[in-house]
Write a protein that binds this ligand. Structure first.
Ligand code: ADP
Ligand code: MG
Ligand code: ZN
Length: 620
């Protein structure tokens, strides 16, 4: 990879704080010289003697000094005309001065300079220093006051990126989707001649470390086009307008280099929903975001510039970013499954001398939920460990230790599921899937996965509707509840115990049952009555039971009816799963091993077509 070139940044004009300090010092000494032109320093006793002798003409008594002039006829030399002495606590002084007829003035002190200095110059100097310090930290090597508006304005393209799709493994679906982008960048006219519209923006969505940045670089490498990259967090600077001007700059440069890729990493840093900040909002971020939207709208995708972006928090993005013509194509970058992890390990252990006994497959099996970056980290850690132990090759023991280390680091950040949890999750998901496949009206199961994603979901069963639904029958609704309860019931059947993992399912199930009773009039006992208009405005405190349109008694009956529906469904679902317990066990075994089962595969397993080599003898 070619290093990004940075503009040599020379301060445009230096304004060292020392100038100010030296100037202040010079002014100070100059003024004290001017105000007290010729001063003889005398002792207090001498001063008293002079007063007694009547040789003092006048004096000023300040809080710390006594300054005065001698009588004109008594000039011993020009230097002695004025004198100054330290003031001593002397209550008799005034009397003596009176007696001698000396003009004296009290506490007059010309301190404007000191005051000015202390009240203004020094505080301003201190602020100035702090300010400079902060900017030095923020602005990296720039160090000059005026240059930070432009300093990072220029972004250089990286060319000849050495990454290709071969460097990316385990995320084949994402790679496939991006293949089209590569084709387009390679031969844009082939597409535009046919009048096709090319995607402008591609948003890569996935957990940190799944390889989004790597993938974007690989696309540029595969297509052999320049790669402009900038990270969203870099935009968020202190001064308004900097981010926006950088966006503008980047797009104008990219237009000259087309075909090319603009990659905005960590889009969420600038792309957060506008006005979401309760404390007044971040003007800079909004301006940058607006500029980005303007630029994206303003250029023609057929010029060959493709904007790629990555985020791990798509839900926080401003909806305007996801509109057609902007980041309208989204590519999910998943956590790798077992085979994917093995493939990633193979890539990263290429340059590492592995011992013969190292089995990458078993390492992949030990690391469910790990992402590409974690796996790369493991290999690296293991190599370092081996080097520290003066070994010639990296053995299994080093790798295992590295896994433990990486895992310990991860445990703080996210959940790594234990083997037992994994088993529970597998049965739970298979429960959903099995019920869904058994019932007639339910949506087809597309995928079962126990690869954890996010904090909430440990696994998931993805059902795809086969057609668009505008209406659902009572049977369909109850069967939907069946599927939701299936997970929990499978856990009960296998472990005679339940976990907290089903909470979300139960919530959804109760919600459907409640709707059946309250909105759709599907309860025999309560009859065909809607108890609440469905889309009641939900203001704060509004509609929270306070303005119910039915009595306490009816409320109780509604609850009873909801419970009855759930109970009925529960019994039915339990029956289904009890009946298919052997299949449940078999399916869960396969799922535990593979972590993901696709729809087609599931069908085969259920039809008994796929005789797995798993030992189905192991029960619980
Ligand atoms: P993200 O941008 O999604 O947070 P990165 O692309 O920065 O993740 O990944 C960090 C590093 O982890 C990569 O440089 C690469 O070495 C490794 N890595 C991550 N995912 C993969 C993958 N799918 N295949 C190979 N290496 C990967
Ligand atoms: Mg990244
Ligand atoms: Zn569930």
């Amino acid at each position: 990879m070619k290093q990004q070139k940075k503009e040599p940044l020379k301060s445009q004009f230096n304004f060292p704080v020392w100038y100010i300090l030296i100037a202040a010092f010079v002014i100070m000494s100059l003024s004290s010289y001017l105000f007290n032109p010729v001063v003889g320093n005398i002792s207090y006793s001498e001063f008293k003697r002079l007063v007694k002798d009547g040789r003092v003409e006048s004096c000023q008594i300040t809080s710390s000094l006594v300054k005065g002039t001698l009588r004109g006829d008594d000039l011993r030399s020009e230097k002695q005309k004025t004198f100054v002495t330290a003031r001593v606590d002397d209550p008799e002084l005034v009397k003596e001065l009176e007696a001698q007829g000396v003009k004296y003035s009290g506490n007059y002190e010309n301190t404007w300079l000191q005051q000015f200095l202390f009240a203004w110059i020094i505080p301003i100097g201190i602020f100035f220093l702090i300010w400079r310090f902060v900017f030095k930290k923020m602005g990296g090597p720039t160090g000059s006051i005026m240059s930070f508006g432009k300093s990072k304005g220029r972004i250089y393209a990286q060319e000849d990126l050495k990454f290709s799709f071969d460097d990316v493994a385990g995320i084949d679906e994402a790679k496939e989707e991006l293949q089209e982008v590569v084709e387009f960048l390679k031969t844009p006219h082939k597409f535009t001649n046919l009048g096709g519209r090319i995607p402008k923006g591609v948003l890569l969505v996935g957990a940190p470390g799944t390889g989004k940045t790597l993938l974007a670089k690989a696309v540029a490498g595969e297509a052999g086009v320049p790669f402009f990259s900038i990270s969203g967090s870099e935009f968020v600077e202190m001064f308004v307008g900097v981010g926006a001007s950088r966006v503008r700059d980047m797009f104008s440069q990219a237009a000259q280099k087309a075909p090319c890729i603009i990659f905005i990493d960590e889009l969420d840093a600038i792309g957060k929903t506008r006005g979401s900040n309760p404390v007044g909002g971040h003007d800079e971020r909004e301006q940058t975001l607006n500029q980005l939207l303007v630029e994206m709208d303003g250029f023609d995708a057929n010029t060959g510039v493709i904007i790629m972006s990555a985020t791990n928090r798509p839900e926080t993005l401003d909806p305007a970013l996801l509109r057609p013509g902007r980041f309208d194509r989204q590519v999910v970058v998943d956590r790798p499954d077992l085979n994917g992890r093995e493939a990633i390990l193979v890539i990263h252990s290429k340059g590492v001398k592995l011992d013969k006994n190292v089995n990458l497959k078993s390492i992949a099996a030990m690391t469910p939920g790990f992402v590409g970056a974690d796996l790369a980290n493991i290999i690296n850690e293991a190599a370092l460990l081996a080097a520290r132990r003066n070994k010639d090759t990296v053995g299994m023991s080093e790798i295992e230790e590295a896994i433990e280390r990486v895992m310990a680091g991860l445990e703080k950040k996210k959940r790594i599921i234990s083997k037992q949890e994994k088993e529970i999750v597998a049965y739970h998901e298979c429960g959903h899937a099995l019920v869904a496949s058994t019932l007639k009206t339910t949506d087809k199961v597309k995928k079962i996965s126990i690869i954890p994603r996010g904090i909430a979901a440990l696994g998931y069963t993805l059902q795809l509707p086969t057609e668009d639904r505008y209406m659902m029958t009572r049977v369909e609704l109850t069967e939907r509840i069946c599927v939701l309860l299936g997970g929990r019931i499978a856990e009960e059947i296998i472990f005679s115990e339940v976990s907290t993992g089903a909470q979300n399912d139960l919530e959804k199930a109760s919600e459907i049952a409640r709707r059946m009773v309250k909105y759709y009039g599907m309860s025999e006992k309560l009859g065909v009555i809607t108890f609440e208009p469905e889309n009641k405005p939900a203001f704060l405190g509004w509609g929270m039971g306070s303005n119910r349109e039915y009595s306490e008694e009816t409320a109780r009956e509604i609850d009873m009816e909801v419970k009855k529906i759930i109970d009925d469904v529960y019994a039915k679902t339990r029956e289904i799963l009890e009946e298919q317990k052997p299949m449940l066990i078999k399916l869960s075994m396969i799922l535990m091993e593979k972590e993901v089962i696709e729809g087609e595969e599931l069908k085969k397993i259920l039809n008994g077509e796929l005789e797995e080599k798993t030992d189905a003898t192991r029960v619980n």
